[in-house]
Design a binder for this molecule. Structure first.
Ligand code: G6Q
Length: 549
């Protein structure tokens, strides 16, 4: 297949990009000069995605859509959803969408319809989560399990943690669900500090069941439990596991009826929809987990069926490609105006940067175009009092995604109205800015002496023309959250297709892991460091060892 940058459609977009002087200003677009591009706002699965604050004309937007068509995006979407081996380096499908299919759907992997197995696991999850929430699952000493500690890292942590925090507000919360991911013992020790082992359930979540951090935490948790309850037999009553490695869960001592499986065609960062979502069902109830899946499925249907130019993940993906590869924007900010989404940026960081942080194309050759941006963010309004200075007046252009719901799930006085006003005001301020003349006139009107107004005007002016997308919904229900997450998963996929990279592997995390393994004996032993370490590492090892002794 022709490399993306060899396509005439790529060159057409590049020509628009080079002609910066002719990009419409956001003030012009607000005044409908020239008429705004067609994909102003699109509605999908209960979300309204407003993309009117990007400096694109119809012709520019059409050129991006033409590029998507030239990259055979519709066929790529079909292949993804059909279970083709889209992860070519690991020779696997990426079928996270199958996990949210209704019971009567058919989705085949190697000829086998995997939907019945998915729903059988969901039923087991439902039964277990419902029984634990109802206090019917007893620990080793006969007391109901009331605390859950989820042990996992990366994709086996970020998704479920983010969703649990997002869905907790306003939910009946009979269980205390906590997450421990870091191999830094502080994480586990602090999480266990006020817990009673007799009422604590551990969920060990690891696709491979070999991940160093998770298995270290699981072993320490096991020791804490056995030490307190005085018997190895307690493990069966106090541990559950989620994994594809059933042999390893058995060796650890998890009772088979407490093991929930999934398949290797579920990528780690796409796994919250699988049994890895068990803590979601435990924390907010199985019905809400099911509703989350249904919301994601609604977005899957939209992605599969909407024409490219009206397809929300496609439009967002095209904008992502525009900014990263053509407009020179190295970062992308995500600002949820919703405190419960405080871990959404972290989840998105993994989704986007582990998927599209690649530099080798599907043909094995280096890419000659920029791929995934640095993704970052914090909830609004907090970010406004921190890094928004750079967004408004810095020298870099950072495209921003604003996310907000019309209704609060925890209404209190005017709080939500203030939140909404801030969200809308920020995107408008970024877009329209304030000219030096406007800044000066405003100060004069406020009685500032004219020489002072002139002196301060350059500092108090805002360049504007800073792009953003606003995603709004009615309320952050499980369905809407599911749709929002699936929107981003598909957006990331779209970008990978345009960039011709595999978003489903993550070889980039291997080297550091391997070197950590090599260094362990040197940190443990009393001998001087030996082996293939560079002088800097050697000196640091010696310093650390000196202090540890
Ligand atoms: C995600 C990555 C990675 C993975 C963790 C945990 O796509 O593969 O973040 O989820 O390394 O792996 P395990 O679930 O196997 O412990």
């Amino acid at each position: 297949m022709i490399r993306p940058d060899q396509l005439p459609e790529w060159s057409a977009v590049a020509r628009f990009a080079a002609d910066r002087e002719r990009w419409p200003t956001l003030r012009d677009l607000a005044a409908d000069r020239p008429p705004r591009h067609r994909a102003l706002r699109v509605e999908a699965a209960g979300l309204v995605v407003d993309t009117s604050r990007h400096r694109l004309t119809d012709a520019m937007f059409d050129a991006l859509v033409a590029l998507a068509a030239a990259r055979a995006l519709p066929a790529a979407i079909d292949g993804l959803l059909r279970g083709d081996v889209v992860n070519h380096t690991e020779r696997r499908a990426a079928l996270h969408t199958a996990l949210r299919c209704p019971r009567d759907a058919v989705c085949r992997v190697d000829g086998e319809n995997v939907v019945p197995e998915i729903h059988a696991t969901l039923e087991r999850l439902r039964d277990f989560a419902t029984a634990v929430r109802a206090g019917r699952v007893l620990g080793h000493t006969g007391r109901p399990l009331r605390h859950v500690v989820h042990l996992g890292i990366g994709g086996s942590d970020l998704g479920p943690l983010m969703v649990v925090d997002a869905l907790r507000p306003g939910c009946p919360d009979p269980l205390d669900v906590r997450f421990v991911s870091n191999v830094d013992a502080t994480h586990l020790v602090e999480a266990l500090r006020d817990l009673d082992p007799a009422t604590t359930l551990f969920v060990v979540a690891s696709k491979t069941f070999t991940t160093q951090e998770t298995m270290t935490n699981a072993a320490s948790a096991r020791a804490w439990l056995v030490d307190a309850l005085g018997s190895d037999a307690a493990v069966r009553a106090h541990f559950a596991a989620v994994s594809t490695n059933l042999a390893a869960t058995a060796t650890f001592g998890v009772a088979p009826e407490r093991v929930f499986g999934f398949r290797d065609w579920v990528g780690g960062r796409y796994s919250l929809w699988s049994a890895i979502g068990l803590p979601i069902a435990l924390a907010v109830g199985f019905e809400r987990f099911e509703a989350l899946l249904a919301g994601a499925h609604a977005m899957d249907r939209h992605f599969a069926t909407a024409p490219l130019a009206q397809n929300a993940p496609v439009i967002l993906g095209l904008l992502g490609v525009w900014y990263a590869s053509f407009a020179g924007c190295a970062t992308h900010a995500v600002i949820p105006y919703d405190q419960s989404l405080h871990r959404l940026p972290a989840w998105l960081q993994q989704l986007d940067m582990e998927s599209n942080g690649k530099r080798v194309a599907r043909d094995g050759q280096r890419v000659d175009w920029s791929t995934g941006p640095v993704v970052w963010g914090e909830p609004g309004t907090n970010g406004q009092h921190a890094f928004f200075q750079l967004l408004h007046q810095g020298t870099q252009i950072v495209p921003v995604d604003f996310i907000v719901a019309a209704r609060s799930r925890t209404p209190l006085g005017r709080h939500h109205t203030l939140l909404l006003a801030n969200c809308l005001a920020q995107s408008q301020a970024l877009a329209l800015g304030k000219t030096p003349v406007e800044a000066r006139d405003e100060m004069l009107a406020a009685g500032v002496p004219s020489d002072e107004a002139a002196r301060l005007a350059p500092y108090r002016a805002f360049p504007g023309d800073r792009p953003s997308t606003t995603i709004v919904t009615d309320t952050l229900s499980p369905q809407r959250l599911g749709a929002l997450l699936a929107l981003h998963e598909h957006r990331v996929f779209v970008q990978s297709v345009l960039w011709d990279i595999n978003p489903f592997d993550q070889w980039g995390v291997e080297l550091g892991k391997q070197m950590a393994g090599d260094l362990l004996p040197q940190l443990d032993s009393s001998e001087p460091p030996a082996g293939p370490v560079d002088p800097t590492t050697r000196a640091l090892v010696e310093q650390l060892r000196a202090w540890r002794e």
